[in-house]
Write a protein that binds this ligand. Structure first.
Ligand code: ASP
Length: 324
């Protein structure tokens, strides 16, 4: 009897203290896991958002890079983290495309996470090493087709945005190239600048400054309209290439089972961050479009993720690309 009473009291105490902890949340730093290397475009978005979310949360959101080719390890690590709101994940379109690309993926984007919200959408750019001789897109196509046995394409592994864009581009121009995978396009950009690889497709959040300072050659953007921050760069469509249109979106996730009051606080902080004029301006300068706060919600992210899985899954399966 005594033991039962003790157990009941203990359970009540545990429930009360966990409710109290949820109310007090956050009382320490929060880790935001990034699936790719530091210095790349996902990392850039993460750092802007993490800093802006720290203000409303009253605690520092620390960006932690957990890079792997294809970005497949960080989601698994976040899935297995304690669901207490102190570990969250930022990821891009790869959350929707990796399930179709990997036979042995160890996380399920539809069942292993609590959704926080959508962040922004970013176009991609076809960029090449500074010594690429082609003056425009036509010459570039001629050059890479003529030299297809020598030319190499850098990406961040199967499942990366740069992989998806490369796949669409190669299929649209009906030519395949040797692809060199990195753990993020930050390191890939370093090799592109050094001329070790010839070209890649990467988000404007990373390429804008290199394009503006003339450090890389640029041959087109993957959006259907030109990007305001790069007004002189034509779209691929404008230059006659169809089928390589792609926009990279980012979302924020927590491990499944993170309590609702905690998720609600994270949603509120993300919405505050996206309302911040400094954040909107920074994204704008990098060619990214910030989603309105109404889309920084669990429902909007869940819906978008599902729609993107339905869109890309069949296309990827048709292309027959698989990583084992
Ligand atoms: N841009 C990379 C990608 O291709 C990821 C990164 O390094 O942020 O997915």
């Amino acid at each position: 009897m005594k033991t039962l009473k003790f157990l009941a009291a203990f359970t009540t105490l545990a429930i009360v203290s966990s409710a109290f902890a949820q109310q007090q949340y956050p009382t320490r730093n929060i880790n935001m896991m990034v699936p790719f290397a530091a210095g790349g475009p996902t990392d850039t978005v993460a750092r802007v958002v993490a800093q802006a979310m720290s203000k409303p949360l009253g605690q520092t959101v620390i960006v932690e890079n957990r890079p792997s080719a294809g970005g497949i390890l960080a989601p698994e690590q976040v899935k297995n983290a304690k669901p207490d709101g102190y570990t969250i994940l930022i990821h891009h379109i790869g959350m929707a495309t990796t399930p179709a690309l990997y036979r042995q993926l160890r996380f399920n984007p539809l069942t292993d996470f609590e959704y926080i919200g959508l962040i922004n959408e970013v176009p991609m750019t076809i960029v090449a090493k500074p010594t690429m001789p082609a003056k425009d897109f036509r010459e570039f196509l001629d050059y890479i087709k003529k030299n297809k046995d020598k030319v190499s394409y850098a990406n961040a592994g199967i499942g990366a945005a740069s992989h998806l864009c490369g796949m669409l581009f190669m299929s649209a121009i009906e030519t395949d190239f040797l692809t060199v995978p990195y753990k993020g396009t930050g390191p890939a950009m370093n090799d592109l600048l050094g001329g070790q690889v010839d070209f890649m497709c990467d988000q404007t959040t990373s390429t804008t400054s290199q394009i503006k300072s003339g450090k890389v050659k640029v041959y087109g953007v993957t959006s259907t309209k030109r990007v305001a921050s790069l007004p002189d760069v034509p779209t691929l469509q404008e230059q006659g290439l169809k089928g390589a249109e792609v926009a990279i979106w980012h979302g924020l996730y927590a491990p499944k089972g993170t309590p609702k009051p905690v998720v609600d606080k994270l949603v509120g902080a993300l919405q505050e961050a996206l309302k911040d004029q400094g954040v909107r301006q920074r994204f704008n300068d990098l060619g990214a479009e910030t989603y309105p706060p109404e889309r920084a919600t669990p429902a909007a992210l869940q819906q978008h993720l599902k729609a993107e899985m339905d869109k890309w899954g069949p296309l990827i399966k048709k292309a027959g690309v698989y990583a084992d």
